[in-house]
Design a protein around this ligand. Structure first.
Ligand code: 6CS
Length: 353
């Protein structure tokens, strides 16, 4: 075979290989754009093992790892392992963690409008109404979500962990009963103000210290959903449990915007679909956890008091200046709460039919 022929043959082979390689690269990019690479997501939450947020995070781990045949893995970090709830929010902002469950009870300083979730007696005393509103609200999933995105955080969903209860060493069934009571609350300005309005002293002890502070009378009482009161063994150090429906415990599943939008589209889609599936599931899960906790509380010798509706109205009346204070936060806050009030009213009417 002549030199010229050998040269053309070699040239032909080289061209063919580079075309094949290019096809393969496209394949890999398409495989890459379909999320070829293995990634491990750091997912932090604020609660202990077996608590509602932990069940949520581990359900997400199960769903996304199954959905992607283990290509997308999740490391779940329970509350306290990566710092306080406020540390988690900051770590998410910096991208040190990828996903988190972060409660508006801790984000008031960073996202003032998120305090809308901390206004007592704003949400309905009908849990089905609140579920509907959290899923469909434009005030929350539109206006409030935009406020999170302004600081580089995407809130996938706002969801709930159950109705809030008061536990205390004294009976609290009328606003005056709150006078001088040392109540532990989450560190959000409007929550603190709402207890001071009732004459209580609000103490923002870290969640990990609530039990000890109750045991040593550093505080007299606290507010939380029932599962958290039972799982935290607060029944051991409290005499009264008030079923007030004064509020729902809401939280948000969030991600770092730059991180998420930097992922291949297929990964974004898989993660979003998995989160949607888990979020829908969580509304039933928290009901089950509340029922389990109530059974345990009813077997305990703590006195359980359901707040009569006229007393609930008396507390609601006292709390109204908090809504006024929230409206004065910003024009966006005013627009948001007026829309949310309307959405809650409409949902109550719709579900009453
Ligand atoms: O009261 C708290 O601080 C805690 N309560 C709940 C239901 N979840 C986490 C939060 O840190």
């Amino acid at each position: 075979m002549g030199r010229k022929k050998r040269f053309y043959l070699l040239f032909f082979i080289v061209i063919t290989f580079s075309i094949l390689a290019a096809c393969n690269k496209d394949g890999m990019r398409s495989e890459a754009s379909s999320g070829g690479e293995e990634i491990t997501l750091k997912f932090a939450h604020e609660e202990g093992q077996g608590d509602v947020q932990d069940l949520y995070a581990n359900k997400f781990k199960e769903v996304i790892e199954e959905k992607t045949n283990g290509r997308i893995k999740v490391d779940v970090y329970t509350g306290g392992t990566l710092g306080t709830s406020i540390d988690i929010l900051h770590s998410l902002q910096t991208g040190a963690i990828d996903l988190a469950i972060t409660s508006p009870g801790f984000s008031g300083d960073v996202i003032p409008e998120s305090q809308i979730m901390s206004i007592p007696f704003l949400f309905s005393d009908n849990l089905e109404v609140n579920k509907k509103v959290l899923k469909e609200s434009e005030a929350l999933n539109g206006l409030l979500a935009n406020k999170y995105e302004e600081i580089g955080i995407i809130p996938f969903h706002f969801w709930l962990e159950g109705f809030m209860y008061w536990s205390a060493n004294q009976e609290i069934t009328a606003p005056d009963d709150m006078n001088g009571v040392k109540m532990r609350t989450m560190p959000t300005n409007l929550i603190i103000k709402s207890y001071e309005l009732m004459g209580a002293t609000a103490t923002t002890t870290d969640s990990g210290e609530i039990y000890t502070m109750l045991q040593t009378n550093g505080i007299d009482g606290q507010e939380n959903p029932l599962f958290y009161i039972v799982n935290g063994n607060f029944l051991e150090v409290q005499d009264y449990l008030m079923d007030t429906k004064h509020h729902i415990y809401t939280t948000a599943t969030v991600t770092n915007q730059a991180f998420f939008e930097g992922l291949p589209e297929k990964d974004q889609q898989d993660i979003q679909e998995a989160i949607n599936e888990v979020n829908d599931w969580s509304f039933d899960m928290q009901d089950e956890e509340a029922e389990k906790a109530l059974e345990i509380a009813e077997e305990d010798d703590i006195e359980i008091i359901e707040l009569p509706s006229e007393q609930r109205e008396a507390f609601k009346e006292v709390s109204l200046p908090i809504r006024k204070a929230y409206k004065e936060e910003s024009d966006d806050a005013k627009e948001m709460i007026e829309l949310l009030e309307k959405e809650i009213k409409e949902a109550e009417t719709e579900l009453a039919e």
